[in-house]
Design a protein around this ligand. Structure first.
Ligand SMILES: *Cc1c(COP(=O)(O)O)cnc(C)c1O
Length: 389
């Protein structure tokens, strides 16, 4: 049987169009910095991709640099802060408790190795940033605020435009990790007026190992990787021309396909949500009801354990996830769900289904048919007795 892939937030396949284009581009081997004709040809396709990526997020292409992905882009912004702190004579950073591990780990380093103060904003039960806590944090005159546009586990979308305006009012720079938002909801960085933004190729049907960082002209930035003069000296290393070109094409397709993508994934997400709610008693849908990514459904199954559920889903031919892929090697409950106030039992028994371009209604119907008996069985086996009411 064909497997059912419902883990698009962990990564997407290359779309069929991007696959064919990328394979063709792999033959373009020249160094994009070389001055000869072969090099100039690669440089031209890199500049085309820069325009395509910039257009997707509505910024000036001059502000876009290519990186190895979302993790590198996020690290580049945060690792700029120690130098900037020295110049500015301030050292507070504000982020949230539900960021991707690459933001949390890079922030932890700023606190541990550079004596900076990092404030991790709490969120409410839906995953929305606590505004009172944010206002209080801004009183401390932070250098930088870093808040993700949409969460990878529960899909909750933040009001980036308002959060950014508040940061600017308080004299802080604003960064958003928009990796999960682009291609799923409209992302207009010019309107939001952010200073930095992160996006990644493999979350929008492009290649892995390629991404971009948007830097508003004039905003401070220190290269993470030093060496050659590529990307105005902000990111050294020979251009990965084929991956950049394919990322650009993926960005163009993501922009074109956005309305259809939203509609398609939302219908499937809601079909699964409604199917599970009517077939399995006592379950809880996590995240915000309306400010949520159209493709993301995170569900707690009290009385059953996440890893066991995942294994059974796997046996049924379904690929889903417990929380974030990056944290799944550890058995700690999801930091995102814990931040929304779920107890460890519910947080442990949670599954993220994330839909995409190639998901189908019959996949959902198959799960709604086969999955409830599995939960019933797991609940019976569970050592913690479970009663719902
Ligand atoms: C996947 C992801 C990243 C990491 O991007 P990579 O390109 O895999 O390094 C960062 N932030 C969020 C929200 C993500 O979902």
């Amino acid at each position: 049987m064909e497997r059912i892939y419902l883990d698009y937030n962990a990564t997407t396949p290359l779309s069929k169009e991007v696959f064919d284009f990328y394979v063709k581009e792999l033959g373009e081997y020249a160094n994009g910095s070389s001055l000869h004709e072969d090099g100039r040809k690669v440089a031209a396709s890199i500049e085309k991709a820069r325009k395509q990526v910039a257009h997707l997020i509505n910024v000036d292409p001059k502000g876009v640099i290519f990186t190895s992905g979302g993790s590198e882009s996020n690290n580049t912004v945060l690792n700029t802060m120690p130098e900037y702190a020295k110049k500015a004579g301030r050292s507070v950073i504000v982020t949230t408790a539900i960021e991707h591990p690459c933001v949390l780990e890079a922030s932890r380093r700023l606190a541990n190795n550079f004596g900076m103060e990092v404030i991790y904003l709490p969120v409410d039960e839906y995953g929305t940033v606590d505004m009172e806590a944010y206002k209080a944090a801004l009183e401390k005159k932070p250098l930088l605020v870093s808040i993700m546009t949409a969460n990878n586990e529960i899909g909750t979308i933040q009001d980036v435009k308002t959060l950014c305006a508040m940061a600017h009012q308080a004299g802080a720079l604003f960064h958003t990790d928009a990796v999960q938002a682009v291609g799923k909801i409209p992302v207009d960085l010019k309107d939001w007026d952010v200073d930095y933004a992160t996006i990644s190729g493999h979350k929008i049907y492009g290649p892995k190992g390629i991404g971009a960082l948007y830097i508003k002209p004039g905003s401070p930035i220190e290269p993470l990787i030093r060496g050659g003069h590529q990307e105005h000296g902000l990111r050294a290393g020979t251009y990965n021309g084929p991956a950049i070109a394919a990322f650009g094409y993926a960005a163009e397709l993501a922009e074109e396909g956005l309305p259809e993508y939203e509609k398609h994934t939302r219908a499937l997400r809601n079909r699964l949500r409604d199917g599970l709610l009517s077939a399995i008693p006592g379950i809880k849908i996590n995240g915000h009801e309306t400010n949520v990514l159209p493709n993301t459904l995170d569900v707690s199954f009290p009385g059953a354990e996440g890893e066991a559920i995942l294994l059974h889903l796997d046996l049924l031919g379904v690929s889903a996830s417990t929380g974030s892929a990056c944290a799944s090697a550890s058995l700690d409950p999801s930091h995102v769900l814990m931040a929304t106030g779920l107890g460890p039992e519910l947080a442990h028994g949670s599954i993220r289904f994330s839909f995409g371009k190639y998901s189908k209604a019959e996949d959902v119907d198959y799960i709604v048919e086969k999955f409830p008996p599995v939960i019933e069985q797991l609940r019976k086996m569970s050592t913690v007795s479970y009663t719902h009411n």
